[in-house]
Write a protein that binds this ligand. Sequence first.
Ligand SMILES: Cc1cc2nc3c(=O)[nH]c(=O)nc-3n(C[C@H](O)[C@H](O)[C@H](O)COP(=O)(O)OP(=O)(O)OC[C@H]3O[C@@H](n4cnc5c(N)ncnc54)[C@H](O)[C@@H]3O)c2cc1C
Length: 268
Amino acid sequence: MTIIVLIKQVPDMEKVKFDREKGRIDRSSAGTEINPFDLNALEAALVIAEKTSSKVVAVSMGPPQAEESLREAIARGADEGILLSDAKFGGSDVKATSGILSAAIKKIGSYDLIIAGIQTVDGDTGQVGPEVAGILNIPHISNVESIKDFTEESIDVVSNVWEGQYLKRGKYPLLMTVTKDVNVPRLPNFKNKMKARKAEITKWDSSHLIDIIDESRLGVKGSPTKVKKIEVPAQSQREGKIFKDSGSEAVLEMLDVFKKSRVLNKEV
Ligand SMILES: Cc1cc2nc3c(=O)[nH]c(=O)nc-3n(C[C@H](O)[C@H](O)[C@H](O)COP(=O)(O)OP(=O)(O)OC[C@H]3O[C@@H](n4cnc5c(N)ncnc54)[C@H](O)[C@@H]3O)c2cc1C
């Protein structure tokens, strides 16, 4: 079996700044890491691969430095990494991103299972996984929170949608998106770190995908989404008050706060 894991390198969201004029994240303003949910996707792939002798291929679209995240994926156990990088991919919205990833998957050719994170911590749309499945015309299961069983033909999972839990069986080829509850990602080990250092990362630019996806569907040209404005919400300050030796006063004030914030809506 071949399992493809979609991995996005994201900025450290605690530190990143926003380019308000262009309506974009200024990705150069902070360090990067693998999108946390994609580590869960990778772990799911590795567990399945270990029991089915499958190959795990990590695929990432991003700037040249996204190569680091593919090396990290190999250090954690992936077999191969493919980087999709080209100035023409820059400015891609969800539609263009999904188109480029799907083109690369078509170029890989044979695959059984594609695993993506439920969402990213930067773009956060949660649309790329299902959209890739749509373009490839394969079924998908989103919000997978646990994997119950799998064979070389199908997988049984629990998918959590709007607080409802659904036990589903998907036959390959299939795409699924996973939540953080699906597993605990393993850390890189020494052997794989050495392998990752020497690994040859396959690099594809637009010329490698030209027979599959037209240039008009790449980057800004292929992106119908236009960000008009970005606003960073003001951080509300936590408020606290200490009551000493006045328990009843504290209770009355707390009740007042609960009523104002509608935690309580009846007279007590
Ligand atoms: C007008 C516009 C311009 C933009 N320009 C840029 C830009 O120049 N550079 C840029 O980085 N972003 C840019 N973005 C953001 C970009 O569109 C999104 O980051 C991208 O489409 C993925 O969407 P998301 O982050 O919401 O992913 P989600 O749908 O939340 O991601 C779900 C899962 O899909 C997979 N996935 C998502 N993105 C990738 C990827 N790139 N490679 C591999 N797997 C992936 C991961 O498994 C992830 O967990 C732009 C957005 C807009 C609207």
